[in-house]
Every structure is written in C-alpha cells, then in structure tokens.
Design a protein around this ligand. Structure first.
Ligand code: BES
Ligand code: ZN
Ligand code: ZN
Length: 489
C-alpha cells in the first residue's frame, strides 16, 4: 500500500473516498472543514445530523457519492466522537475501521483530511498507522476470495505533516511484518526459516545479524534451550540483531522475544482442541524482529540488541522428559517438571547470553502462560519487573502507543512456589499464580540487570475481527518497543 502526504486543498483531492472527521457535538461543531464541506454539499452533514442518521458517533461512516464541489468520488463523514475526548489512539482505530469497511466495498484509494485544530503530527502518525494496520489481512494462503488491498492512503492537510506520515508508515509496516511472521503456520516457518526472515530484513535495513546454530549453542552450554528443541527434527537457533546508534550510548537496551514456532507442549502434550493456535507462540520474537525493522530506519540514540531464541516444541523419542534435569547457560540446574513450560526454558538462556553481552537493560515479550489470560483476559499485557523505574518507562511507552499493560506482582514471597529437592529450580510452580511463577523463574536469571517481562499470551492474537483489525496476529508490543527505544533517556 502506498502512503503519502498531500497539501492539496481537500476539495481537489482525487481519491475513491475522502474522509472528513465528524465530531459529535451539541449544535454545530466548530470545525472549519465541516462548515466548508457542508456548504459545498448543500447541507449533507447538517442533514445527517438533523435526520439523526449520523451524529459523529465513533465508527459512524455515512457515505455521500459524487459530492458536488469535490474531486473525490465519495465523501465520508468519519464519526470521531466528542472533540473533547479525541486522541491519536482513537483516530488510529476509526481510520483503521474506515479502511476495512471501505475496501470491503471496493474502494481502493482513501484520503483523510486533517484540518485545524487537528493538523498535528501525533494525529497524522496515528491515522496512517490505523490505515496500514487496518489493511492487513490473514488470507495469504487462500487461492480464491482474498480480501482486496487498499492501493493508496493519503493524508491531506494544510500543515506540513509529511514527516509524521512517513513515521507512521514505517512503524505500522514494521508491525505488519511482525503480524505476517506470526500468521505463518508452524510447517512454513520453523526456527531456521524465522532466522532467515530476520536475516533478510537485517540485510535490507542495515542491521547486524548473527545466528547461533545448534552446535554453537551446545558449545556454549545452553542446555536449557536445547532440551526444548531436542524432540524436534527442526534445528533451533538464537537470532541476534544489533542496532548501533551514530554515537555510542551509555545504555544498551536488549529486546528479547520468545520464538517457539510451534508449541505442542512436548511430552506434557497439550489438548488437541485449539492446539493449531500454538503457531503464535513466536509472537514475542516476531514483535522484537518487527520493532528492529523500524528502529533500523528511525535510528534511536540508544544501542539496541535483539535476541530471539527460537525452537519447535515437539514430542518425539528424543524429547526432554518430565523429571529430566538440564543445566542452563548460567550453570543453574533445572528440573523440567512440565515440558509445556518451555518458553521460560529458552528465555533464561537468552537472558544469560544478553547479560554476557553487557546489556544494561532488558525487556522480554513472550506468549508465556495461559494463566495470564485467566488473570487479564485478552485486554491487558501482563507486565512484571525487578526494577520499577524501568517498568515505568515501558508503561509510559505502552500508554502513548495505546497498548494496554497491567503491572503484576513479583515479590520474593513467590520464591516458595518454585522449590525442588532435585535441582536448583523446577520449571513450574504449583497450581496458583501461574503467570507470576513463570515470571519469577525468569527473574532468577536476571541478576541485577533492570528487566521487564511482558506476558502477551492473551494479547498477541485477536480471537474475533474488530472493526479496525483483522482476526489473528495483533503485532502487540511492536509500537511500545519502538517508542521505548526512541524516547530512551
Ligand atoms: N505457549 C504456552 C502459553 C500460551 C497459552 C500461549 C495460551 C498462548 C495461549 C506456554 O508454553 C505454556 O504452555 N504454558 C503452560 C505452563 C504450564 C505448563 C505451567 C500453560 O500456561 O498452561
Ligand atoms: Zn508450552
Ligand atoms: Zn509456549
């Protein structure tokens, strides 16, 4: 999809549909473009309101064909709610919803007019993001009946918002790259294929990329990661992407993402009902790869290294068994009591590796536990930390990016849940607080390095289509990670 900025007067914009923001208001909204549009369309907007057909409610999309005085084929009064509560986050959603609804009607070029007082960079960026994200579909492997793609989206404004438009385009395309990876089924994107996709992206955008193969990981002693891939014919990998800023930075941020390309549960096998969804168990890794694509272009001042441990969790004659004891890279021993708690096993070797690289701060994203879905549903990411200052940075980024995050507890009282007489740690706690014990297990490897863990099991996959987003991979965390690196201080 082509994304551009136009400073053309709204009436002269050639597009299949021109969107005007329609605010909900008592009496006439004080929006100049509304008055102008209303005049040239002989009172269409006034009529919409007085008839009660559309009063600017969020997601309203009344369409006027062949509007007099406009070069566009259709005029759309995009419901934006009350002007007082209008935000970039809301504009992202309503623009996405407009794109999805209009392209379903065969519209292939859309323009959005942002007039004063809404001709702002943050709004332009969010609108473009909404359009690009809304255009994403999960039907790549359908041979017939695919949804049509939008050909172009233009943002039109009297202010020069070209940079803000390009910014939104870069971010949303990176997020869609993540969604593309997550959408790939396990057979078509095993660990080495994921590594190849990361490598290709790195070459295209100028990032350094290193892939640790199975032999190298064995040499290093990543016994925790390797026990997970042992049951699969697909070899594991550790993907490392490096972004170095133009001038060296004091801090070194590390993004770590769980990359289980398919999770059967292993010998502690999962129920077959819903198992097909476990192709999204690499959503954390994909989020990190997508964020790096954007950061390579947006060039933050802080150094950022991404580490994606990637494996397939299968059951076979070489699978790790319940009761097996493995030695992680750090030397800590783990009794594998449940082979389905594999995410934490691959992450701790990545965390130790990151610490050896000398990173100063770590954030990980992982579809780690079903328990986080029980606790927070599909609404919030569960956020855990060993450092409140670091967490507040991550939460601030999540907030500006419209990604819901909830601070979960991680006190040392939970240490009692992770005890075994046979090794340093068991890989699972008891029945209760499953998302917390999983996070606590990770924390045992973080040492003093400030770290935030994001459990995205409930938020990385959309169960039902939303007006602004297709069902399936959401690309959650990509925008938060980009914002975190860009605003690092
Ligand atoms: N990949 C799953 C977690 C998951 C569940 C992701 C639902 C997305 C949706 C993870 O590897 C897992 O299986 N965790 C177990 C841990 C348990 C064995 C302690 C779980 O949550 O059931
Ligand atoms: Zn699992
Ligand atoms: Zn898993």
């Amino acid at each position: 999809m082509n994304v551009n900025f136009l400073s053309t007067p709204a009436a002269a914009v050639e597009a299949d549909a021109l969107l005007l923001l329609h605010f909900e208001a008592e009496g006439r909204p004080a929006i100049a473009s509304f008055e102008a549009a209303d005049l040239s369309t002989s009172g269409w907007l006034t009529e919409l309101e007085s008839s009660g057909e559309a009063k600017g409610k969020i997601f309203d999309l009344p369409v006027l064909h062949r509007p007099a005085g406009f070069a566009a084929k259709r005029l759309v009064a995009l419901g934006a709610g009350p002007a007082a509560t209008f935000t970039p986050g809301l504009l992202r959603k309503i623009t996405g919803a407009a794109v999805r609804a209009l392209k379903a009607k065969g519209v292939s070029s859309i323009a959005l007019f942002l007039d004063h007082p809404h001709a702002e960079a943050a709004l332009a960026t969010a609108a473009v993001e909404g359009a690009v994200l809304g255009n994403f579909e999960v039907d790549v492997y359908k041979s017939k009946g695919k949804a049509t793609d939008l050909v172009s989206f233009s943002l039109v404004s009297p202010e020069d918002l070209a940079a803000a438009v390009a910014h939104g385009d870069t971010i949303a395309k990176a997020q869609n790259f993540t969604r593309e990876l997550v959408n790939e089924p396990g057979n078509l994107l095993p660990p080495l294929a994921l590594a190849a996709r990361a490598q290709k992206m790195a070459a295209e955008f100028g990032l350094d990329c290193e892939i640790l193969d199975e032999d190298r990981m064995r040499q290093l002693g990543m016994g925790s990661l390797l026990c997970v891939s042992a049951g699969s014919a697909e070899p594991p990998a550790m993907i490392i992407l490096r972004y170095s800023p133009p001038t060296p930075s004091k801090d070194h941020l590390c993004l770590i993402g769980k990359g289980v390309t398919f999770d059967t549960g292993g010998v502690s096998i999962k129920p077959s009902d819903g198992m097909e969804k476990m192709k999204y168990d690499m959503a954390g890794g994909a989020a990190v790869i997508g964020a790096m694509q954007a950061l390579a272009q947006l060039k933050p001042a802080v150094a950022v290294t991404a580490i994606i441990p990637t494996v397939e969790n299968m059951c076979g004659s070489r699978s790790v068994r319940p009761g097996d004891i493995v030695t992680s890279l750090s030397g800590k021993t783990i009794e594998v009591l449940n082979t389905d708690a594999e995410g934490r096993l691959i992450l701790v070797d990545a965390i130790e590796y990151a610490r050896r690289l000398g990173v100063t701060h770590m954030v990980d994203a992982a579809t780690l536990t079903g328990a986080i879905v029980v606790a927070l549903g599909h609404v919030h990411i569960g956020a855990f930390t060993n450092n409140d200052e670091m967490l507040s940075k991550v939460m601030a980024s999540a907030k500006t990016q419209g990604e819901n995050m909830w601070h979960m507890p991680l006190d040392d009282d939970y240490a009692d849940y992770l005890k075994t007489p046979f090794a340093d740690l068991p890989n699972i706690g008891g029945r209760w607080g499953g998302a917390i014990t999983a996070a606590y297990f990770l924390k045992e490897w973080t040492g003093g390095t400030p770290w935030v863990h994001l459990d995205i099991a409930g938020t990385a996959w959309l169960e039902e289509t939303k007006p602004f987003l297709a069902k399936g991979p959401t690309g959650v965390c990509v925008r938060t990670f980009i914002d975190l690196a860009l605003n690092w201080r």
